[in-house]
Design a protein around this ligand. Structure first.
Ligand SMILES: NC(=O)N[C@H](N)C(=O)O
Length: 496
């Protein structure tokens, strides 16, 4: 492998040192130069220490130290005691939005909050009429969340913009840049997901205002509780004009194990799996746990248990269930390979008492796959078999589609720019010439899915420990936070 060559700047420093070579043979000359260039190259790109008299151009104090401090601070803003939870327009989400606004203003941005609770920070740059670069992620969380999911994308963008600001280059951006902290990506409260980003993308139907949470409160009720007067007119004004947007970029933790397995901090996202959420309600005959004979029960909990085990089998071995019946064929099975996942993470029963046979059981099914047709085939097959099982058990079954988002392919050109930015960041940090930046698929959903209906989208993934997410065990190394900020800085510098 060829030894690393010093850059032109380093080459002049060799001359300045008046290194005088007396009749050394050619090999010893090469050995000496190779040794020196390795030392100079490593020092030039190591970045981890201040070069004499020259402030590091890797800005660890902002892109790493301050960013990590902010992640920890934001991770403490919760609606719950003892674990992290922030849902759509909840008190903690409002507090988190106010903190993010302060950080946006500290980065030199003009800020505002829209009717759906999205927090915006914008700088016009040198040409306010140019198409804007949107950068975003979500400020809401799942229940018992980690502190990096969503927040890392926002903080890495704001720390990169802060570096541009303190180096006097923020005003030199060739186009407006707007950071958006979206209010509801996880969809925990209303099972809707993308309430904030879908409104910006113009794909949120006004009927979404009437979606109810478990206690019957509507989205519109929540907005009114927060003194937000949403009307059909100002609802549609939230939509951005596609002609005013250049593209959308999102940095997010990988929430998977690939980057850790290849030993790199950053990767580029090629596509995002489609997803569907189904609300399944099974109704039976409520009764006394001690007196109703087993043979006479219409037990929705036992039925739900059978349905959930069916779901697992169907998603583990779709080939055993999907056959050509006019609704799907072998293509659907092959296209599902590897990306089909199904989860029931939420279930409730009424009256939920240990000595009562439930009258009703409700659970949510989360189905994901890279292939939309294959996912539809799974939903069709699952529904069919659910109704058959419920008929056999003399219970009723209602399946309601709560959320659909088709698979999204990231824009090739934008992804190449992000790949180059990631390469630059990793090389500047580690001084290692990388073969290539990993390219990955995302099983997790992201606001980029909604924004793909408005403009071209690209995503960068950041390594997270063990691929763990949607858990307080979620963790990102400080230097990987730094790499994310450096990549965003490198990307933004291409817009100067
Ligand atoms: N809308 C979503 O998919 N939200 C999360 N990011 C998820 O992947 O579940």
């Amino acid at each position: 492998m060829a030894s690393p060559q010093p850059s032109s700047a380093n080459r002049s420093s060799l001359k300045d040192h008046n290194i005088i070579i007396y009749s050394a043979d050619f090999l010893s000359l090469c050995l000496l130069l190779s040794l020196l260039s390795t030392v100079v190259y490593a020092h030039a790109f190591s970045g981890v220490e201040e070069r004499k008299g020259v402030k590091s151009d890797l800005f660890p104090e902002i892109l790493r130290d301050e960013a990590v401090t902010q992640l920890i601070e934001l991770g403490k803003v919760s609606d719950a005691d003892g674990y992290l939870e922030r849902t759509f327009w909840s008190p903690a989400s409002v507090r988190a939005g106010n903190i993010i606004r302060i950080w946006m203003e500290d980065s030199g941005l003009i800020t505002w909050v829209d009717q759906m609770g999205n927090v915006h920070g914008r700088v016009e740059g040198m040409n306010a009429s140019a198409k804007a670069l949107l950068i975003g992620s979500h400020l809401d969380t799942v229940i018992d969340a980690g502190i990096f999911d969503g927040s890392l994308g926002l903080i890495s963008a704001l720390s990169a913009l802060k570096v541009l600001n303190i180096t006097g280059r923020l005003g030199k951006l060739s186009r407006p840049v707007e950071v958006i902290a979206f209010s509801d990506e996880e969809g925990v409260r209303f099972q809707s997901t993308f309430l904030g980003s879908a409104a910006i993308a113009g794909i949120l139907p006004v009927s979404a205002l009437q979606i109810r949470d478990k206690s019957g409160v509507t989205v519109q009720d929540v907005l009114k509780e927060n003194s937000v007067d949403i009307t059909e007119e100002n609802f549609f004004q939230l939509k951005y004009d596609p002609e005013s947007v250049w593209g959308y970029v999102e940095v997010h933790i990988e929430q998977g194990p690939i980057l850790e397995s290849v030993g790199l901090p950053l990767g580029v996202v090629k596509g995002i799996a489609g997803q569907t959420r189904l609300k399944v309600t099974v109704r039976g005959s409520q009764g006394h746990a001690g007196t109703v004979p087993m043979s006479m029960r219409q037990d929705p909990m036992a039925a739900a248990a059978e349905l959930i085990v069916l779901l697992e089998s169907l998603c583990k071995h779709p080939e055993n269930f999907l056959s050509y019946d006019g609704h799907c064929n072998g293509f659907a099975v092959e296209s599902l390979a590897g990306s089909l996942v199904c989860t029931v993470g939420e279930i409730s029963s009424w009256p939920s008492a240990s000595n009562v046979i439930p009258g009703q059981v409700t659970f949510t099914v989360d189905i994901r796959a890279m292939d939309d047709m294959g996912r539809e085939a799974i939903i069709y097959e699952l529904s069919n078999r659910m109704y058959q099982i419920c008929d056999r058990r003399s219970v009723s079954c209602n399946i309601e589609r709560k959320h659909d988002a088709n698979a999204v392919a990231c824009d090739t050109g934008l992804s190449l720019q992000l790949k180059s930015a990631a390469y630059t960041a990793m090389k500047r940090m580690a001084g290692v010439v990388l073969d290539d930046v990993p390219v990955l698929m995302s099983g997790a959903g992201h606001d980029a899915m909604a924004l793909s209906h408005l403009t071209k989208v690209g995503m960068l993934f950041v390594r997270c420990r063990g691929g763990i997410s949607h858990s307080p065990a979620e963790h990102v190394l400080d230097d990987d936070v730094w790499a994310a900020g450096l990549a965003m800085l490198s990307f933004l510098e291409t817009h100067l």
